[in-house]
Design a protein around this ligand. Sequence first.
Ligand code: GLN
Length: 336
Amino acid sequence: MSSAEITDQVDRRLAALYERQLHIELTDDARFYESGRGYHPIGETVENQDEFAIAIARVDGTLTSVGDADVSFALQSVSKVFAYGLALEDHGREHVLTRVGVEPSGDAYNSIVFDERHNRPYNPMVNAGALVTSDLVRGADTAEKIKRLRGSLCDYADSDRLGVDRQTLQSELRTADRNRATAYLMRAHGMIEGDVEDTLQTYLSQCSVKVTCSELAMMGSTLANGGINPVTGRVCLPRERVRDVLSVMYTCGMYDFAGEWAYEVGVPAKSGVSGAILCVIPGKLGIAVFSPGLDEYGNSIRGVRVCQEISEGLGLHVFATEAEDVLLGCVPPALG
Ligand code: GLN
């Protein structure tokens, strides 16, 4: 199948998938996260709750999107992926492993439970682990760490427009007591050093960087492309480290839903409480979905359903048989 034919197929199937998912009601126990406020009470109407976008970026740089793909939202926990990459690049795999593990915690993203046997947080995809990786990012001071993180995110997205949203950051800082408690506890155990407020500032700044769904898909395609941005050719992460990042996304990226996700969807992914999900299909695609409305795990309800459908329709599960892999094969995609 030619590249143009694949693009055409992806476009058509994506439009059909979008329409179908748009009209499926979210469950009425959906929760909505708003920075500065935390979760809205169930049933309350939230201003942006109907925003919905899907974007797919292929490793040849082609981007396909539907819905509100140019609306920006805070990266929130999706940023943990890229901060982990930077920490790995700064310190090497062995050192980072001594500071943060790679075990799924089986607990909620904001759990204050640590891997006591190794005196480190369980993994970099939960808040405790992400606080450690932010702390590890090199920089003379907090401002420099944040600048490096922002620069890295811009490189992945091929956009110099990405920046920390001040309002989001201020409200995140105001309501960060659980993260603050986690950080203090970790400092008491010697898991982090230095000033807790500085660590929070770095971590919450990366969470407050705003991106569009299209930009996020491009960031995913950079990881899918072995760490090289498909449009600019810039190396955003050494190839050997991409493997490390994708491994923890696969096992830990969807919090305490990670096992079921691996079983049902079967692709490395990361969610954030703003309603974003990023999937990486190595050698093929970055997929980003944005839809506020979260399930009990803090994952986007519509986002999970969309990814499930795309994975099934295109045979993207890592353990799918070759016959199921219809994306680049000769069988037309079954999506839609
Ligand atoms: N800023 C949020 C927090 O640290 C991000 C959490 C998330 O997206 N799961 O609590």
